[in-house]
Design a protein around this ligand. Structure first.
Ligand code: ADP
Ligand code: XUL
Length: 513
């Protein structure tokens, strides 16, 4: 059996898979807010940060790990687990002193992780992905490299506030003594992986690419960026490695305390998005995942490390090899809800029958679907902008908004130079067949939906299986099947319609930015 862990913003989740039976044998979560209220982080981070700072207490993650394993041990025979892998919320960083390695090596199962590891923190809190405090540091790093585009060419992203490099730089600038006292810097993923392995283990290519430090061409830390970020940074990071690199046995702390097999191995941990790519069964070329949540997210595997010339999208490592894109659209469900409320309708106005009634107007009327500031493309829009040839009835406005959202997505994923052949749709709006059909039509690719709940933790369990020698693709074929009857085929007659619409959409966008 293989165990995948996912340490996300609000919870720590475990998924155990049995590859022979093809079943998920256990899924358990610890919710930071509900289960560990004494950390006063109801949503997984410390409220009240100033200047855009959003931090979490790393001790909360450690206590969650003890709690999760005690719950697992009470319900499951952990001695059958032969490999553990995992994922974490991306970009967050943990700062540790000289004593960390020795403490990991000599963990005593009679005490807690918090008790034994808390003295090793050289910074009591960890900035996480929601932190936007590093605008100045981003500008400084860009300037040192000769521009944001150069940083993007090297690392797959322009300097981004939440990314770890700018965060490290801000720590160095605001508390140079504590920075100097820091011997090791980990991501959330590699921090948890290190505790499990009983020694510091590397950051993987998947999560490492979210730091503005990993050179995608060499898959090494980029020397110029290390230098532009903070002094002596190379010495504080282990060389990055592939996600499936086996690190050796688990720490005896876990076998003694929770009945894990002392021969259980550990692989590296990755970011939650790379792990979700696996858990959604989309690591193969031509496969994309679109998540229609509060924000809409598009991610897809990429054999080559292409970078977005506009600097809107990001490139991370694909745990199965090669790379993946991730592109975030802020005007997702919030924009759909805004139009729904403005027209005083409910979601049934977005369903298949309603949209079918306006099929004649497919691709004819254009809407830039931005009710507020957008990051893809980055612009402070103040409201949607439409160019209609038909009378703008409510039904046509809904069609044009949805088409605008997916045309924008199609346009801003063209830089990947990957022909999308299958889309796996997830998130709250994915259950809406009308919206799902429009995705299929605009991208001219079949859309599938999956029953996977914990896609990152499931992905991590599959990564563990792959690290133990199983084939990524066959594991995904078993564990990431489309829900029967959920697949929607594109209307091929609309291929040329949206081909021309995407060009007109791009022109309208250009006029309005
Ligand atoms: P989050 O990003 O917060 O995890 P979810 O993926 O749970 O969000 O998506 C929640 C959103 O899904 C809601 O805000 C709502 O706008 C949207 N949603 C829920 N049901 C439907 C539906 N039938 N049609 C369209 N959108 C829907
Ligand atoms: C990705 C990002 C978020 C976190 C959430 O760049 O910041 O998706 O990984 O866990």
């Amino acid at each position: 059996m293989f165990l995948g862990l996912d340490s996300s913003t609000q919870s720590l989740t475990a998924v155990i898979i049995d590859p022979v039976a093809g079943t998920i044998t256990c899924q358990l979560s610890v919710n930071f807010g509900a289960d560990l209220p004494h950390y006063q982080s109801p949503s997984g981070f410390l409220p009240g940060g100033t200047n855009g700072e959003v931090h979490s207490n790393p001790l909360m993650w450690l206590e969650a790990l003890d709690l999760l394993f005690s719950r697992l041990a009470a319900t499951t025979d952990l001695s059958k687990v032969t490999m553990i892998a995992g994922s974490g919320q991306q970009h967050g960083s943990v700062y540790l002193d000289e004593s960390f390695e020795d403490r990991l090596k000599s963990l005593n199962a009679g005490k807690s992780l918090v008790e034994q590891l808390s003295p090793a923190l050289s910074r009591t809190t960890a900035p996480i992905w929601m932190d936007t405090s590093t605008g100045q540091e981003c500008a400084e790093i860009a300037e040192a490299l000769g521009g944001a585009v150069e940083v993007c060419n090297r690392t797959g992203s322009i300097p981004i506030e939440r990314f770890t490099g700018p965060q490290i730089r801000r720590f160095f600038k605001t508390d140079p003594a504590a920075y100097a006292h820091t011997r090791r810097i980990h991501l959330v993923s590699s921090f948890i992986a290190s505790v499990i392995a009983g020694k510091s283990v590397p950051i993987d290519f998947g999560d490492g690419a979210g730091m503005n430090l990993l050179n995608l061409a060499t898959l090494q830390w980029d020397e110029k960026l290390l230098e532009a970020t903070a002094p002596d940074l190379a010495a504080k990071l282990l060389p990055p490695a592939a996600t499936t690199t086996v690190q050796g046995r688990i720490s005896s702390y876990f076998s003694t305390k929770y009945g894990l097999n002392p021969d259980c191995d550990t692989a590296l941990f990755t970011g939650d998005n790379p792990a979700s790519l696996v858990g959604m069964g989309a690591t193969g070329s031509g496969e994309a995942v679109i998540s229609l949540g509060t924000s809409d997210t598009f991610f897809a595997s990429m054999p080559e490390a292409k970078t977005d010339p506009n600097g809107f999208g990001h490139v991370f490592g694909n745990p199965a090899g090669g790379f993946m894109s991730i592109i975030v659209f802020r005007n997702g469900s919030l924009a759909r809800e805004a139009l729904r409320d403005q027209l005083n309708v409910d979601w049934s106005a977005f369903d298949r029958e309603s949209l079918a009634s306006t099929l004649q107007s497919a691709g004819k009327n254009l809407t830039l679907p931005f009710f507020g500031p957008e990051i893809t493309p980055r612009h402070d829009f103040t409201g949607p902008i439409s160019e209609f040839t038909d009378e703008p009835t409510a039904a046509l406005q809904i069609r044009a908004l949805l088409e605008g959202q997916f045309l924008n997505m199609r346009l801003h994923s063209e830089w990947m130079e990957v022909k999308i052949e299958r889309i796996r749709l997830t998130g709250g709006a994915s259950k809406n067949d009308g919206i799902a059909q429009l995705v299929a039509d605009v991208f001219q690719a079949p859309v599938e939906r999956l029953d996977v709940i914990n896609s990152a933790a499931l992905g991590a369990a599959i990564i563990a299986a792959a690290a133990a020698g199983h084939d990524f693709q066959s594991m995904q074929d078993v564990f990431c099947k489309a829900t029967p009857g959920s697949t929607l085929q594109p209307d091929r007659l609309l291929g040329s319609v949206y081909e021309s619409a995407v060009t007109r959409f791009a022109e309208l966008l250009k006029k309005n930015r």
